[in-house]
Design a protein around this ligand. Structure first.
Ligand SMILES: *Cc1c(COP(=O)(O)O)cnc(C)c1O
Length: 422
């Protein structure tokens, strides 16, 4: 029977019926066919504790018995208050104000809208364009599509329908690059700012790891240089840490590698451990202060129905507690060791003629192929070996749950290599 479910990113003509998931625990999920698959993607990078984590499930049950939902307009509640305080505590210094929403894309919309209104309130209404990077991905809503890579990104079809923003070249110097090697990338950024800063409200970027745009890994020196340029040209710096937040790059936040604070930072995906959709847009006192005034334009006119949802806030609090009490950063370091040994240091893999580059950062690894065609059939092959892999474009990657054991991760890397004949 045909299903009425319209699946994302799928070609409806050629798609096959998707496997049906009935449950899961830890890094695995189960299908109704009886198969169990080890999830190498942790469900689009959000299920950082894996499936059916007892503490997260209990937190949702307990909260459901008290209060499932209430509007945040004119009201507040303990889970939202506590989560906001916790996010201020763990994020880089100065990010003291938290605006909740319900998904990463909306969190980014909030960030961009906040940046435009900030400049308006500062008497610079002409600053209403954004500066983004090639290879960027910031979400699928119209506002977010307009700051995604307009050429190689997945939304090129809509270019004419979107507001026109500015783009700087994607940074090329890798994570370990020396400061001098990053100068060239920063020059590219400076050139756009010199020409257009009068109309640029904010620079948006996925710090250190341009994820859905091809897992491009970037030097912390680039972040420091970008911070300086933003200050020089009175441009706000927005970090989209939707994918990088909560340990993915090896530190709690990518910004921590560079020891700096953006003006606005967006969190989602790992925020709730993936158990409920939610997002947080954090802003510094400087941004927040601009909104304090008597004018009718001072209110921030945004309020997603489900912002600050108590179930989502409560499970996010539990997720954070588990992250800290169970030394997830230590786990991530051990997973990083496996990824480095099994992929980065595998000479045969790196020398494979179809492989363009192998990159590893924190609990993320990618084998970039020269050609997308060499990944045909990889997902099916992996499934036969009990692993859920979902390569896209030229990129075969893993972003495992942090509860994945070293042995399980070695199984994932073995299957990745075997699938490309290595
Ligand atoms: C996934 C992602 C988004 C969009 O989040 P949704 O919750 O899917 O709307 C935005 N930015 C980055 C960097 C992402 O990885």
């Amino acid at each position: 029977m045909n299903s009425p479910v319209w699946h994302p990113y799928a070609h409806l003509k050629t798609q096959r019926p998707p496997p049906r998931v009935v449950g899961g625990e830890g890094a695995h999920f189960h299908l109704d066919s009886g198969e169990t698959l080890l999830d190498a993607t942790c469900s689009w990078w959000c299920m950082i504790h894996g499936y059916a984590h007892p503490r997260l499930v209990a937190a949702i049950r307990e909260q459901a018995g008290e209060l499932c939902h209430v509007m945040l307009g004119g009201l507040t509640h303990e889970p939202a208050e506590r989560l906001a305080r916790e996010l201020v505590r763990i994020t880089p210094p100065g990010l003291d104000h938290v605006f909740f929403s319900d998904s990463g894309s909306v969190g980014m919309e909030v960030a961009m809208k906040m940046a435009l209104q900030y400049h308006h309130l500062q008497g610079k209404p002409e600053k209403r364009r954004l500066l983004s990077l090639m290879k960027a991905y910031h979400g699928d809503t119209l506002g977010c599509m307009a700051v995604c890579d307009p050429e190689e990104g997945m939304h090129a079809l809509f270019n004419d329908a979107l507001p026109r923003h500015h783009f700087a070249p994607a940074p090329r110097a890798g994570f370990d690059a020396e400061p001098e090697a990053v100068e060239n990338d920063l020059d590219g950024l400076r050139r756009v700012l010199e020409r257009h800063h009068r109309e640029i409200a904010a620079l948006t970027m996925e710090p250190l790891l341009q994820a859905a745009g091809g897992l491009n890994m970037v030097s912390p020196h680039y972040l420091r240089g970008a911070r300086k340029l933003c200050d020089e040209f009175d441009v706000l710096l927005i970090f989209d840490e939707v994918a990088t937040g909560f340990g993915r790059t090896g530190r709690l936040f990518a910004a921590d590698h560079a020891g700096l604070s953006p003006d606005i930072m967006v969190l989602s995906k790992g925020l709730t451990g993936g158990y409920l959709g939610h997002a947080a847009t954090l802003a510094t006192g400087r941004v927040h202060e601009a909104f304090i005034g008597d004018g009718p334009l001072h209110a921030f006119m945004h309020g997603p129905t489900f912002m600050g949802n108590p179930l989502a806030c409560r499970v996010a609090l539990e997720s954070l507690a588990v992250f800290e009490q169970e030394d997830y950063l230590g786990r991530i370091e051990r997973l990083n060791g496996v990824l480095r040994r099994e992929l980065l240091e595998d000479e045969a893999l790196r020398a494979h003629p179809a492989v363009a580059e192998v990159r590893v950062l924190g609990a993320t690894a990618v084998i970039e192929m020269r050609d997308a065609a060499s990944l045909a059939g990889v997902a099916d092959n992996a499934r036969r070996q009990g692993v859920w892999l979902r390569p896209f474009g030229r990129w075969l990657y893993t972003m495992p749950a942090y509860v994945t054991s070293e042995e399980e991760l070695r199984h994932i890397t073995r299957v990745m290599k075997a699938s490309i004949g290595c």
